[in-house]
Design a protein around this ligand. Structure first.
Ligand code: SF4
Length: 321
């Protein structure tokens, strides 16, 4: 693997840990991560490179109201781009190339999060979503995210963190040696046939289910996110079988919450991904809805929602009014 290291990131503890872990990598020192990351640039061997950098801008941004299960929620970033390769992922057109960035100045990022929390209403619960810029658990092998941030969030009374993942690698969580009260692990699940086709390099459905059951057995709080639900040919049959499989293999009563959402793009994002991936069939199964999002038709969404409400009648539906 090629590792680019910003000179200003060299002295951080995390940088040293990464270099120690990937001793056989080729290291290239750079002045600014944007010189690599913000360029239409492909590595010669066409594998994703890792960029180690210092985050000098905002780590925290506000999520849309009712994005999750509370009105007040935030995204925060510690890395950009992903170790996995899902065809529909917005990261594919959000950034100019697929190289992965890990920001290593964790103390600065934690300080920003704490400053934000200090401004929030103490009588409400606020959610912090960690996985919007990459699959944080999948990236843990590079970032040591869990050991750094799960502990950090434990100090707050009215704040929760979500780690959303398509990875079955729960070792970083088991290695914590405690059960966090403020972190919930949200596994995204889809039928195996669709994982094979659209969610390349992610863990298999069975491996994710095994990890869910392991975490439940030791009292972790686990969510399931059924997303993105994909409007493929025969979707009713494929998802019907999937719901049955999930209900047989996971005790849904033990799941803290479930969440369902179809594919959803703003008009601008949809046009961007379509111009880049014209042959991606699922894009052509979406339509511009009255809410100005490209998404499945209301009829398709309602069919999905009926299935998932039957599985869990408390299932939250994303951006449905
Ligand atoms: S796992 Fe998530 S972040 Fe990673 S490529 Fe897939 S959709 Fe994108």
């Amino acid at each position: 693997m090629i590792i680019y290291i910003e000179k200003q990131a060299l002295e951080y503890e995390q940088t040293k840990k990464i270099i120690e872990k990937f001793k056989n990598s080729s290291i290239i020192y750079i002045d600014n991560y944007k010189n690599i990351f913000d360029k239409d640039y492909t590595n010669l061997d066409s594998k994703k490179a890792l960029i180690i950098a210092k985050l000098n801008s905002n780590a925290v941004s506000e999520a849309p109201a009712w994005y999750g299960h509370t009105k007040s929620a935030f995204f925060f970033k510690t890395s950009l781009n992903c170790i996995f390769d899902c065809d529909y992922c917005y990261l594919k057109w959000a950034f100019k190339n697929e190289n992965m960035v890990v920001f290593v100045n964790y103390d600065d990022i934690k300080k920003q999060i704490k400053e934000k929390i200090d401004t929030l209403d103490k009588n409400e619960i606020h959610w912090f979503y960690s996985s919007d810029y990459s699959d944080i658990l999948g990236m843990d092998v590079l970032s040591n995210f869990s050991s750094e941030f799960v502990h950090f969030f434990e100090q707050f009374d009215n704040v929760k963190m979500e780690i959303r993942t398509k990875s079955a690698n729960i070792k970083p969580l088991l290695d914590l040696w405690f059960i966090p009260k403020n972190t919930e692990i949200a596994f995204s699940l889809n039928p195996q046939i669709l994982i094979d086709k659209y969610e390349k390099a992610t863990s298999s459905l069975d491996a994710r289910i095994e990890s869910i059951n392991k975490l439940l057995s030791i009292w972790f709080k686990v969510w399931i996110r059924f997303l993105p639900l994909l409007p493929v040919k025969n979707y009713e049959e494929i998802y019907g079988d999937f719901v049955e499989y999930v209900s047989k293999n996971i005790n849904m009563c033990d799941i803290n919450s479930t969440f369902a959402s179809g594919l959803l793009y703003t008009k601008k994002d949809y046009n961007k991904i379509l111009s880049k991936y014209k042959d991606l069939d699922i894009l052509h199964m979406l339509e511009l809805n009255s809410d100005w999002f490209y998404r499945e038709s209301k009829k398709v969404r309602d069919t999905f929602y009926t299935m998932f409400k039957n599985l869990d009648n408390k299932c939250i539906l994303c951006l449905e009014y």
